[in-house]
Design a protein around this ligand. Structure first.
Ligand SMILES: Nc1ncnc2c1ncn2[C@@H]1O[C@H](COP(=O)(O)OP(=O)(O)O)[C@@H](O)[C@H]1O
Ligand SMILES: [Mg+2]
Length: 178
């Protein structure tokens, strides 16, 4: 993928599909790297499933279609000298944490791209799901919490035009300071 923001979109879609009520998207950026953490409270996966999603061609299972969202994230991270990690739990306290490290100065680093559009697209497509987005860079940060937005909006859907537009402007404005 040309932009990491598209990988992020794909990975967060997995969380939504897993029935997550809240998905946290954290970007921690320093001089030389970006650490991405996507944490959800969805249904989770068992150990075998985690193995097969990381390496879909290694699985002996042919009955289940396995996608490429996670392998593509893995490739984007590994080609910079970084990597990914998945921790997942089913049953009590179910959920999944997908984390990835990217080295920014590596020649094969894929730029982050349009993260604002990714976040806005997620909210627009899933107005009843909550997202906490934080992008930290040095001592500054961009933040959006749909739970707080929802509280203020008192029943107005998060995907109505005015709210989407406001959200987009709010994020863009914060990015000017990052
Ligand atoms: N956050 C998650 N929670 C639960 N299951 C997940 C999660 N992420 C991925 N999965 C499982 O792993 C599979 C593979 O994910 P992915 O590589 O993105 O491909 P795709 O989404 O096209 O199936 C998903 O279909 C889903 O069953
Ligand atoms: Mg996917």
């Amino acid at each position: 993928m040309k932009e990491l923001s598209l990988n992020i979109l794909d990975i967060v879609e997995n969380s939504v599909k897993a029935g997550a009520a809240l998905t946290e998207i954290l970007l921690e950026e320093t001089e030389d790297k970006i650490v991405l953490t996507i944490k959800d409270d969805g249904c989770g996966m068992d150990e075998q499933m985690v193995k097969s999603v990381i390496d879909p061609f290694c699985t002996t299972r042919t009955t289940r279609k396995v996608g490429l969202g996670i392998p593509l994230l893995k490739m984007a991270a590994e080609q910079t000298g970084g990597g990914i990690d998945i921790v997942s739990k089913q049953g009590e306290n179910h959920g999944t944490i997908v984390s990835a490290v990217f080295f920014k100065n590596h020649i094969d680093f894929t730029p982050l791209g349009d993260v604002v559009s990714t976040i806005v697209t997620l909210i627009q497509g899933h107005p009843d799901t909550d997202f906490l987005f934080i992008h930290k860079k040095d001592d500054k940060e961009v933040q959006l919490d749909t739970r707080m937005l929802r509280e203020v909006l008192e029943g107005v859907p998060l995907n109505c035009y005015e709210v989407i537009k406001w959200t987009q402007d709010y994020l863009k404005e914060q990015y000017e300071g990052l």
